[in-house]
Design a protein around this ligand. Structure first.
Ligand code: FES
Length: 147
């Protein structure tokens, strides 16, 4: 969904009374829009009586939050130890090269362990897990996104 300040304000209003409301608000905004637009920082800070820097810090600290609109598909390749030892770095390099110029279709993100260590290297495409990745299998996943 395209960013909508009025809808964002309604989400902030609906969550601001919760204990530790910053994370629930930010998760709800990301669930609605796919990312947290810069325009949300000030209203969230105001609603929680916090500074803009504090909210911005939360958004940038947590890997799960995105500050820019993602592509139609999100490919998260695991960069943690087991996957790294099975060639994940080379796969990430390959995926980055393939994703270049396809920003609207595919967003590539790092993730640190998907719980598929036994079948490393692993990735998650649009929430679906894939283990025992090879360059060929990765190409098949990417082809399905960028065509
Ligand atoms: S280290 Fe990659 S899935 Fe656990």
């Amino acid at each position: 969904m395209t960013w909508d300040n009025a809808r964002a304000d309604a989400i902030i209003e609906a969550h601001k009374a919760l204990d530790g409301a910053a994370l629930p608000i930010l998760h709800a905004l990301q669930k609605e829009f796919g990312y947290i637009d810069d325009a949300a920082i000030e209203p969230v800070a105001k609603a929680l009586n916090l500074s803009r820097a504090e909210i911005h810090g939360v958004v940038t600290f947590y890997h799960d939050f995105r500050a820019t609109k993602p592509g139609r598909h999100v490919l998260r390749v695991c960069r943690a130890e087991a996957c790294q030892s099975r060639g994940a770095d080379a796969l990430v390099e390959h995926a980055s090269a393939r994703a270049k110029g396809h920003d609207a279709a595919l967003t590539l993100e790092p993730v640190f362990c998907l719980g598929l260590c036994a079948t490393a290297p692993a990735a998650m495409l649009d929430g679906e897990l894939h283990g025992r990745l090879t360059q060929t299998r990765l190409d098949t996943l990417i082809d399905g996104c960028v065509r």
